[in-house]
Write a protein that binds this ligand. Structure first.
Ligand code: ADP
Ligand code: MG
Length: 213
């Protein structure tokens, strides 16, 4: 019971908390406790905590809550550097979002472009993608649009912003609406993320979990 209060204190709906319990997630981790209320408030969020500290649900739970209040088009785009991570993230969205029939779709290389385009044109709620394959879609025939997304998540932001993905990230940013809530999650704080910290103010929240470093 006490554990249930913990998640509910963060402003999450009961059905989401129930879903968390159903997958064995009972008590929020520090990055979840700190970032979830800020994301629900609408803040841009930069969160850092070591691998395994629950960063996926730190962004997935508030996104799912907002989506359940306003389902329309592709709602969130989550970028991540590897296909394996993409599938793991999409799984967590699907598991928690089951009661609202949340549809997440993974866009990574090594899969049929035409079929991917067809699935994207059906407007999944959440698209989880590696940058390269998403750009392939944006640069070929557009059967879908990212112009209505509400959330952009950079998972493993340190790796995505390391320079390796620069061209792709730029192409993707150009396809996104200016008005959106961006969330950056990372295991380490690199120089690029340090630059982002400079922006911290009324609309930008920064959290770094230092307990385990
Ligand atoms: P990170 O992205 O920080 O490396 P993940 O989000 O992949 O970590 O989470 C690692 C594992 O911990 C996942 O299996 C996830 O389901 C689980 N997990 C996340 N939050 C909690 C929580 N509050 N309580 C228990 N397990 C959790
Ligand atoms: Mg992660």
């Amino acid at each position: 019971m006490e554990q249930q209060t913990d998640f509910s204190k963060l402003g999450l709906n009961n059905w989401i908390i129930k879903q968390c319990h159903a997958i064995g997630v009972k008590k929020p981790t520090p990055i979840q406790t700190n970032c979830i209320p800020k994301i629900l408030e609408g803040k841009i969020c930069i969160g850092a905590a070591k691998t395994g500290s629950g960063k996926t649900l730190a962004f997935a739970l508030p996104i799912i809550q907002k989506l359940s209040e306003d389902p329309y088009g592709i709602f969130a785009l989550v970028l991540t550097p590897t296909r394996e991570l993409a599938f793991q993230i999409a799984d967590q969205f699907t598991l928690i979002g089951k009661p609202m029939n949340l549809r997440s779709y993974v866009v990574v290389g090594g899969m049929d472009m035409v079929e991917q385009g067809r699935q994207l044109s059906k407007h999944p709620h959440i698209v989880v993608a590696t940058p390269g394959r998403l750009v392939d879609h944006l640069e070929s025939c557009n059967t879908f649009s990212l112009s209505k997304i509400k959330f952009l998540v950079l998972d493993e932001a340190d790796r995505l912003l390391s320079g390796l993905f620069d061209r792709q990230i730029k192409t993707i940013y150009d396809a996104l609406p200016k008005e959106r809530q961006s969330l950056y999650f990372s295991a380490t704080i690199t120089d690029t993320l340090n630059l982002l910290k400079e922006l911290v103010g009324d609309s930008v929240y920064y959290y770094e979990d230092t307990t385990s470093n």
